[in-house]
Design a protein around this ligand. Structure first.
Ligand code: FMN
Length: 215
């Protein structure tokens, strides 16, 4: 079996919805096991956002999803990371979690595993591409192999319409007031990341095991 982990942080639910679509895509690949995990909320954010109904509703909807752990990362052959943009970068919640992985880095435990990133922005030019590219930097340090969503497999992103997604990975637009929800083209790109990640993770798993058994 190929193990695919989807680790996401979502304040208002857009990335949660996209994570479900990535999971759906990965589950469609034979011999793949998928785990959905949320990245823990930061106490400062919880306090700051406690008065917002949209935040509380979105957190309630994710409450049953287990919080991601280092053992989940070890278990995975492929990891899809979901984060809303924060000024063109990943969220502090995702960075905080990645910054706890020093022990895994030291032992090279994530090396040669597949990885992909999906995002959500308020506006079309708010970080669809930069969030993915900047979030990739620590994943490269960890030795992971990047999987994007190329145009050939994602003709739905070859448009001039105001939708999220790029060759770097899936994206959705939340709107400046957060009221827009992921549309079908965005969910298609998310499903395609899930299936491509599962396929590439499976190939890399074979390579890792043949490398490990080589004399
Ligand atoms: C501190 C902060 C910074 C943000 N920076 C940007 C930004 O640079 N560009 C943008 O388009 N949206 C920005 N947003 C909007 C979020 O990306 C948006 O709320 C998010 O995509 C919704 O996803 P979620 O429902 O999964 O939380 C920002 C939001 C916050 C709270």
């Amino acid at each position: 079996m190929t193990n695919v982990l989807i680790a996401f942080y979502s304040t208002y639910g857009h990335i949660h919805r996209m994570a479900l679509a990535v999971a759906e895509g990965a589950e469609g690949v034979p011999a793949t096991t998928v785990q959905l995990r949320r990245i823990a909320e930061l106490e400062e954010a919880r306090k700051a956002l406690a008065g917002q109904d949209a935040y509380l509703r979105a957190q309630q909807a994710q409450a049953e999803i287990p919080v991601v752990t280092h053992d989940d990362l070890r278990w995975a052959d492929g990891i899809a990371w979901g984060t809303p943009t924060r000024y063109g970068n990943m969220s502090a919640q995702m960075k905080q979690f990645i910054d706890t992985t020093g022990g895994l880095w030291l032992k090279g435990e994530l090396e040669d595993k597949a990885t992909g990133i999906f995002t959500s922005t308020g506006t079309i030019h708010g970080g669809q591409e930069t969030t993915i590219l900047t979030a990739l930097v620590p994943l490269v340090h960890l030795g992971m192999v990047f999987v994007g969503t190329p145009y050939g497999q994602n003709p739905q992103i070859l448009v001039t319409d105001g939708i999220g997604g790029s060759p770097y990975g899936p994206g959705t637009l939340a709107g400046t007031d957060g009221s827009r929800q992921p549309v079908e083209a965005e969910l298609t790109t998310a499903r395609n990341l899930g299936s491509r990640l599962a396929r590439v993770a499976g190939c890399l798993k074979h390579l890792r095991s043949s490398h490990a058994s080589a004399p």
